[in-house]
Design a protein around this ligand. Sequence first.
Ligand code: G6P
Length: 346
Amino acid sequence: GDAYKGDYAHFTLKEIYEQHETILRAGEKTEEAIEKAADHIKHAKNIYVTGSGTSYNSALIAKQIFSKYAKIKAEPIMSSELQFAPETIEENAIIIAISQSGESADVLDAVKIGKKANCKIIAIVNLMTSSLAREADIVIGMNCGPEIGVAATKSFTSQLVILYKIVQKLTDNKITINFEKFAESIVKILENPVKIQKIAKVIKDVSDIYVLGRGINYPIAKEAALKLKELTYIHAEGIPGGELKHGPLALMDSSVFVIIINPNDSTYSDTLTSAREIKARGAKIIGVSDIESDVYDYWIEMPKIDQVLYPISEIIPIQFLSYYAALEKDTDPDYPRNLAKSVTVK
Ligand code: G6P
């Protein structure tokens, strides 16, 4: 069936490669639910977005794109934290619960708290038969096929596409996104792992990696750090660029690698400045950007794409890097130690 590795060495690699087509299937067959969801969101007074792990990083992106493109305020809440502050949830609000498995105990608990406050539940799930799907009022399907690798890859990009599709509806299709063209640019990233394989060899014995991004690129930096942790067991941390001077700069020395998420958007020049400040302390810089710079010791060249879609493409080379670094370290990329694909107990 679908959960078959085929010619790939690991499920994780297969799932990374599938993304140029899974992003085109995101939300397919549940278009009506997307429309309904947008309609409810438009008329709601309070909107919360919740999830765990990778799905929480999607919630952080949701906040940014809802406000940037549709001027709608949504509050991201880490599912595991909600039980300690259930009063955060206003009565009759909307809760968008994001979960690949639809079985994460923390997410189900968050939904329970929401239901007590009479909230409407919009679920974004991959497993349409899951507990979360059953609990929800509106169910949107990621539709990306079974994801076996414990570290989420294709489900993340599918979640983002669905959030963008909701945004399109919120703006009455004022923002147009050519997903087909975007899929082609993803193919370009996927076709070219050689440089990334080389970088994987270089980072394999590093003890700390920081990932820096500003604005919408910050949640991507967080997700990148999460992939590195899960797959390579290297300590990795996402840093919002502007906070560098408020602490992280103290950690920069020649033993450290810093990945700079630096697309050609409004954050570009400030982030480049941060990269120079870090480099001056001796750290090695890996730039993920569509623009080359002498500050990068290693440049991961990104395709030139529609600005709106930068976040979805940026994570892909880091998924690759984490996967290949795991191979270099001889760890199992599909089943990282101590972790489970879905955490169904508290
Ligand atoms: C576990 C997995 C992560 C995943 C998280 C949330 O921690 O190892 O990869 O992001 O659960 O899973 P969910 O199925 O709720 O999206």
